[in-house]
Design a protein around this ligand. Structure first.
Ligand code: PLP
Length: 221
């Protein structure tokens, strides 16, 4: 099956899974490690939201698809020495997870205000990225007051050692906590190829889908 065919099939499954919801979740196709041709094929098949997790691969993909209505989501961890560059081309930042990132964006030159999600760490491993439970409200308050970002909601990667249902319930809890600080920031970026159905049931508004649509990833880009 081609990526375009898998996209059509996924869309049909998503339509079915989100029947009864006020709005269907936004489908972001994560194209990391795949060539520009695959991005082009998906674009021709009607896909507009694309996700990448590494700089400079993300920037190169974006330049490779010169289309105004494509929307680029940076879903990877934001490193301090790259975040300003990333924010110059990425339309949406999914992994704002510490106050330092906001400061770097505020003090950088020529960086437009970016749509952003606050990433939650659902594990005990700081290396996974995301803010821990104790720091969540302080980060939320800092981000909401900043003109560097427009906070859309929370983002998370469900841990492998927990049921997706439990993980997505916890994400929904963080979303409620964020909405106490910023009532309009009700979006939830969660749900990948293996757990998206559970994410949709627990209120995900943005799905980040890779392999289910792109096929397996080449080992190295
Ligand atoms: C790669 C990636 C995805 C997509 O993962 P699949 O399991 O291939 O659907 C989603 N989110 C992030 C942060 C990723 O890095």
């Amino acid at each position: 099956m081609s990526a375009g065919e898998r996209l059509d099939q996924f869309r049909a499954e998503l339509r079915e899974a989100s029947a009864g919801l006020a709005t269907a979740p936004t489908l972001i196709v994560v194209t990391k490690f795949h060539p520009d041709e695959l991005v082009r094929e998906l674009f021709e098949a009607g896909q507009r939201d694309f996700g990448e997790n590494r700089h400079p691969e993300a920037r190169n993909k974006r330049s490779g698809l010169d289309e105004e209505d494509a929307v680029w989501h940076f879903v990877g961890q934001l490193q301090r020495n790259k975040v300003r560059q990333v924010a110059r081309y990425a339309d949406v930042l999914h992994a704002v997870d510490r106050q330092e990132i906001i400061e770097l964006l505020e003090t950088g030159e020529d960086i437009p205000t970016r749509d952003a999600f606050l990433q939650i760490n659902l594990t005990d491993d700081p290396g996974r990225g995301g803010i821990d439970d104790a720091g969540f409200e302080a980060l939320a308050e800092r981000a909401v007051e900043s003109s560097a970002v427009r906070v859309l909601g929370v983002m998370a990667v469900a841990p492998l050692d927990e049921s997706p249902e439990r993980a997505h319930e916890r994400v929904a809890g963080y979303s409620e906590r964020l909405q106490r600080v910023a009532p309009e920031a009700s979006a939830i970026s969660s749900g990948m190829s293996s757990d998206w159905r559970s994410a949709v049931q627990h209120g995900a508004t943005h799905l980040r889908i890779g392999t289910a649509i792109t096929g397996s990833r080449p080992v190295s880009p």
